[in-house]
Each structure stands twice: as structure tokens, then as C-alpha cells.
Design a protein around this ligand. Structure first.
Ligand code: ZN
Ligand code: ZN
Length: 135
């Protein structure tokens, strides 16, 4: 477990989180494409109690995932950077956006999920699951 410091684009919101695995998990799902305006998002799993907002506060956007269960997205109310998502189907685990953590530029890619939605020009970089990660 390593503690990382995160900061949104505008600097109004900051946080600290502990993640288990200094690596990005790429998510190619269609919700990530729409929410990020990009091909994939960079993520890692954390325990809900291991992320704390140290400056500012977050707003929440909720959508319903493939499981039919709500996914709560916590973001900076000013610049809309996404800090983390809570897929309620995962219980007390949250999905941290690793691309916003200081020091994460050197992280390798550990795995890819929702490979079925990967765009044709995006190369495979790591072990890919076609849908959600298998537990
Ligand atoms: Zn912000
Ligand atoms: Zn996704």
C-alpha cells in the first residue's frame, strides 16, 4: 500500500489515497469514454476508507452500470475532474482515477478491462478482460 496525493485541474479539490499496486488499470467502457472524452480512463481499486478529501469537496453524478446498480462519480464541482467512482456493486471498494495522482506518470499498465469497447486503433498494452475484471 502506498499513499498518493491527488489534485484536480483547478486546484480547488485535493485528496489522499492508499492504493495497492502502483499501476494503471485501463478501462475502455463506453461510460468512461463519455465521461472523460477520451478512449479510456486510468484506474486502481482502493478501500472506501482509504481516500480522504483534504481540500475542497466533491459533487456527485450517478448513473446505472451494466449490473443495474448505481455508480456514483465524485468530481470537483468547479473543474469537473473525476476523483473516484463508487460502483455500489463492488461494496466498500472504490475506483480511483490514477491519472490524477502525483507520481503516477511512471506507472505501468497492469491490466485492461472492457476490452470489447476498445477503439480499433488502440493497441493492447496488458492482459485484457473483455468486460469487468474477473474476481
Ligand atoms: Zn477542480
Ligand atoms: Zn469504464
Amino acid at each position: 500500500m502506498t499513499t498518493y496525493h491527488g489534485r484536480c485541474h483547478c486546484g480547488q479539490t485535493e485528496w489522499e489515497t492508499k492504493i495497492d499496486g502502483d499501476a494503471h488499470i485501463l478501462c475502455h467502457c463506453n461510460a468512461c469514454k463519455l465521461l472523460s472524452g477520451s478512449e479510456a480512463t486510468l484506474n486502481q481499486i482502493a478501500n472506501e476508507g482509504d481516500l480522504k478529501i483534504t481540500k475542497g469537496s466533491t459533487k456527485t453524478y450517478t448513473y446505472y452500470g451494466d449490473s443495474g446498480k448505481p455508480v456514483n462519480c465524485y468530481y470537483c464541482p468547479n473543474c469537473t475532474s473525476h476523483v473516484y467512482h463508487h460502483q455500489t456493486v463492488l461494496g466498500p471498494k472504490i475506483v480511483v482515477r490514477t491519472g490524477l495522482l502525483q507520481g503516477s506518470k511512471k506507472f505501468p499498465v497492469a491490466a485492461e478491462i472492457f476490452g470489447k469497447d476498445r477503439l480499433s486503433w488502440q493497441p493492447e498494452l496488458a492482459k485484457t478482460f473483455s468486460g469487468p475484471p474477473e474476481h
